[in-house]
Ligand binder design. Structure first.
Ligand SMILES: [Fe+2]
Length: 237
């Protein structure tokens, strides 16, 4: 039987490195309201709205990706701090599309090879924007690598397997699931069950197989419990 792989918490190492305080105190410190003050979230929310104004077909996409990412993070039993970080990372994962020219970003037809190369620069652009905000700098790896594939054929750096930051592996699944279950100009939304099958088909190649199963599992959990945590987004909406 295949050995079950444990998802490692990327924050655990960091918390251990915080000197002279307990894990609980460190969590409280890191999770303190001032880490993500409303003014910061509001400013970034304005930037997301700008992106969604520019690209109306993806309206609401960032928010849904954040919700799906949180759902998966909860299923993985990550800490409150990590769940919050994942939510923020997912909200801002495509923010770099602001720098993509309209004729490429909004092109209704298939992109040429050259145009696709321009489009592929958006995760690095997203990372560069977030890098400028000191309290969000630690989210950059998860955002910059959200198009890496588990088999190493993704971009920007061709990272493979667990070398891809956990947050990026989570966002990729949430992002793809939302794209499949939303109506686009060129196709209708797929049924949730069909989208699950598509995720399973690409499990181990595009996606982390443990995370795919946890994601699918999380829908049963969500439907049973009907518990939704208040999101940062909704808090200031
Ligand atoms: Fe993206």
């Amino acid at each position: 039987m295949k050995k079950k792989r444990k998802i490692e918490s990327p924050k655990a190492k960091h918390l251990k490195a915080v000197p002279a305080c307990s894990q609980e105190e460190a969590e409280t410190f890191l999770f303190a309201e001032e880490v993500y003050p409303d003014v910061l979230v509001e400013s970034l929310r304005a930037i997301i709205s700008t992106l969604e104004e520019k690209d109306s077909y993806t309206h609401g996409h960032s928010i849904r990706v954040a919700e799906f990412s949180v759902q998966l993070a909860e299923e993985l039993k990550l800490s409150e701090m990590e769940i919050r970080e994942i939510e923020l990372s997912a909200l801002f994962h495509d923010i770099g599309k602001i720098g993509i020219p309209d004729n490429v970003l909004l092109k209704p037809a298939r992109l040429t090879r050259a145009e696709f190369e321009i489009m592929k620069s958006h995760p690095v652009r997203s990372g560069k924007i977030l890098e400028k905000v000191s309290t969000l700098r630690n989210l950059v790896p998860g955002i910059k690598h959200h198009h890496e594939r588990y088999d190493g054929f993704g971009y920007p750096d061709g990272l493979k397997g667990e070398n891809i930051p956990l947050y990026a592996r989570i966002i990729l699944i949430a992002d793809t699931f939302d794209a499949m279950t939303s109506t686009r100009p060129y196709r209708l939304a797929l049924d949730k069950e069909v989208a699950f099958e598509e995720l399973r088909k690409c499990s181990g190649t595009q996606f982390d197989p443990v995370l795919v199963e946890a994601f699918i599992q999380s829908f049963g959990y969500k439907e049973k419990k009907k518990v939704v945590r208040p999101s940062l987004w909704k808090k200031i909406a």
